[in-house]
Design a protein around this ligand. Structure first.
Ligand code: PLP
Length: 478
């Protein structure tokens, strides 16, 4: 290390890496979105014995870059339509770099006063943007999985408390039965959160949905029944396949009347609130008791960045009653970020959110959201023009499902997986498959700030060719 310090007095090698990063970012709109070599090839590039003696930082970085370069999916590309990934705006990348250089621990006011104040300011902005009560509390977590988990853990403690059970002291041993109602099409991370909370998969009560993956109010009413014991209800703002929204306002009224806790999983869909023309989709969202959302999806900040929001801060604060002795209570009246989330030491994610929101403004966020939806609608318009292609959902947001109508030569489901593979191998764009209504279908999510109509048209052309090639190959085999 002494040798290192002497040979790098000003960390100048960082500037070389910085240039590499910019080169990568500039390549994102280029042709190759995601061609991956085999796992074996990647291991052969990366795997070595743990070295006894190290190399220079520059040499280590060269190994890193050479090792992964061909294994990266360019998910920041404007033509990456897999999952719901979102890119990173330049300002968010810049703030993320500085967050790393500053290396603040956002656990408490005492470990980083700037990070603590930043979280308070950003929380206020986010609540306004998402149309949530300004008195709600916000915790900064890794993503919607952790946000769902945190919110549901707060909910569990509160509804049991309301029924005379102290979860903190007693745990779940012999506790009153706790009901959890979720939609049949809720996100897997909601189910995982319920399992992590110790409530058990078998205890999840499923509310059936319509063809768009939405809960129907009458179906919810029927499932909820007359029970007034401890109950948590999970609804969805933005189905991960169709983008559809549960009828949050109706469910909020019914939940409140029965004393149930209402949680909204709105990983990306809650950002519809930023657009006057889409806001109606989240009507009633402000009536819930807790919310989970992501910034790393639609706000287009780098991984990872999620938000857990709770209506009653005093309930949220009961999540973690233990304090590390050395953090102490001397900072009362100051924000200790770790009190609102499961983690203790944490990255100062507030810096990136601050710079992003400062740069975009309400209008900029609105434009990202509206453009994504407009591009999804353009996809729908163009895809239905292709012979034998059917769009399966109402494109209410940024998500689109489509299928290739089976013919005698493409009669099985596998055609979708192999078309997806063909598309991915072109490197022109990236999209994947999903399971919908018992079928494998193709899925598009537009969530990158930079996607243009030209990107969509180029991608549709690529999809058209992939389907045609698949049909030809299948016909020849048949
Ligand atoms: C992506 C997503 C999640 C999980 O979010 P992570 O950020 O991956 O933890 C949960 N719910 C919905 C609806 C999502 O789209």
């Amino acid at each position: 290390m002494d040798e290192y310090r002497e040979s790098h007095p000003n960390n100048e090698f960082l500037a070389d890496v910085f240039r590499k990063a910019i080169e990568y970012l500039n390549s994102l709109s280029g042709a190759n979105v995601g061609i991956s070599p085999s796992k074996e090839k990647l291991f052969s590039m990366i795997d070595t014995e743990l070295p006894e003696h190290g190399v220079s930082p520059a040499a280590a970085m060269k190994s890193l870059i050479d090792g992964v370069e061909n294994g990266l999916i360019r998910s920041g590309s404007p033509r990456y339509f897999g999952f719901v990934i979102g890119g990173s705006t330049p300002v968010s990348i810049a703030a993320d770099w500085l967050t790393t250089a500053w290396d603040q621990n956002a656990q408490a006011y005492g470990t980083s006063p700037a990070a603590a104040v930043m979280e308070e300011v950003v929380a206020k902005w986010l609540l306004e943007l998402l149309g949530l009560p300004e008195s709600a509390s916000v915790g900064f977590v890794t993503g919607a999985q952790m946000a769902n988990f945190t919110a549901l853990a707060v909910a569990r403690n509160k509804v049991l408390k309301d029924h005379g059970w102290d979860f903190d002291a007693e745990g779940l041993q012999d506790s009153p039965h706790l009901r959890v109602l979720c939609s049949a099409s809720c996100h897997g991370t909601v189910r995982s959160a319920i399992r992590l909370m110790g409530l058990g998969r078998k205890n999840i009560e499923t509310v059936e949905t319509d063809k768009q993956g939405r809960i129907e109010t009458k179906e919810f009413k029927r499932t909820l029944g007359a029970y007034s014991g401890p109950t948590i209800v999970c609804v969805q703002a933005g189905n991960v396949n169709t983008g559809a929204f549960d009828p949050i306002a109706d469910i909020a009224d019914l939940s409140r009347a029965s004393g149930a806790w209402l949680h909204v999983d709105g990983a990306f869909g809650m950002w519809a609130a930023a657009s006057p023309s889409l806001k109606h989709l989240v009507a009633g969202v402000e009536l819930a008791d807790s919310w989970a959302t992501d910034a790393h999806k639609w706000l287009n900040v780098p991984y990872d960045s999620g938000l857990v929001i709770v209506r009653q801060p005093e309930t949220h604060l009961k999540l973690k009653v233990e304090q590390c002795a050395y953090v102490g209570t001397t900072q009362v009246g100051h924000r200790n970020g770790s009190e609102w989330v499961p983690e203790n030491s944490r990255r100062a994610r507030g810096f990136v959110l601050y710079a992003s929101l400062r740069c975009l403004g309400k209008n900029g966020v609105r434009r990202i959201v509206e453009n994504s939806c407009e591009m999804a609608r353009l996809f729908a318009t163009e895809l239905v023009k292709l012979p034998g292609v059917e769009v399966l959902n109402q494109v209410v947001l940024n998500q689109l499902l489509f299928r290739i109508i089976p013919t005698s030569v493409t009669e099985n489901n596998d055609v979708h997986a192999s078309v997806a593979k063909r598309i991915q191998q072109t490197g022109v764009c990236w999209l994947g498959t999903t399971q919908w209504a018992g079928q494998t279908v193709l899925r598009i999510s537009v969530s990158n700030w930079a996607t243009t109509a030209a990107d969509v048209r180029r991608s549709v052309e690529c999809i058209r060719e992939a389907i045609e090639n698949e049909r030809e190959t299948t016909a020849n085999i048949g």
